[in-house]
Write a protein that binds this ligand. Structure first.
Ligand code: HEC
Length: 123
């Protein structure tokens, strides 16, 4: 009896997974919007003690560049940001923590939303 319930439950679980996958939006735009939202939430929780993380903000820690300054530097890409964040546990000393791999992509995606044509970084 128990055995036959299991046999039924397995295809049912697969069926539900298939339905869930079909229902989830898998357009790249939606995935990117979710990454940006996660990056923003992560930054709110972990980075705002020092950095201004939104446009035109001033950082609570004057040593820490506001993120629109960082994002608008020439040559900054998701790749350069990810590279910096992957090493953030040892440089600069004030940022002595490790950012998880997944959060790195999210943070980079969020930071790049601060890029504006014609923006001149203050430093
Ligand atoms: C304890 C304060 C502090 C916290 C918290 C902090 N930062 Fe920083 N961050 C700094 C300082 C100070 C600098 C500037 C260091 C320098 O230019 O030498 C900096 C610089 C940066 C830079 C630019 C590096 C460059 O190329 O000049 C990035 C990107 C950055 N932080 C990302 C983050 C992220 C993402 C978080 C949260 C996960 C975070 N920071 C949290 C203090 C902090």
């Amino acid at each position: 009896m128990i055995r036959s319930v299991k046999l039924l439950a397995l295809p049912l679980a697969f069926g539900l997974a298939a339905v869930a996958m079909a229902a989830a939006p898998h357009r790249p735009v939606a995935a990117k919007a979710r990454a940006i939202a996660r990056g923003h939430a992560f930054a709110e929780a972990h980075c705002t003690a020092c950095h201004a993380i939104t446009a035109n903000g001033s950082s609570p820690n004057p040593e820490a560049p506001p993120w629109d300054d960082i994002a608008n530097r020439p040559g900054v890409t998701a790749g350069t940001l990810a590279e910096f964040l992957a090493d953030a546990h040892n440089y600069p000393a004030a940022m002595d923590f490790t950012v998880e791999r997944r959060a790195i992509g999210d943070l980079a995606a969020y930071m790049l939303t601060l890029r504006r044509p014609g923006y001149k970084p203050t430093r």
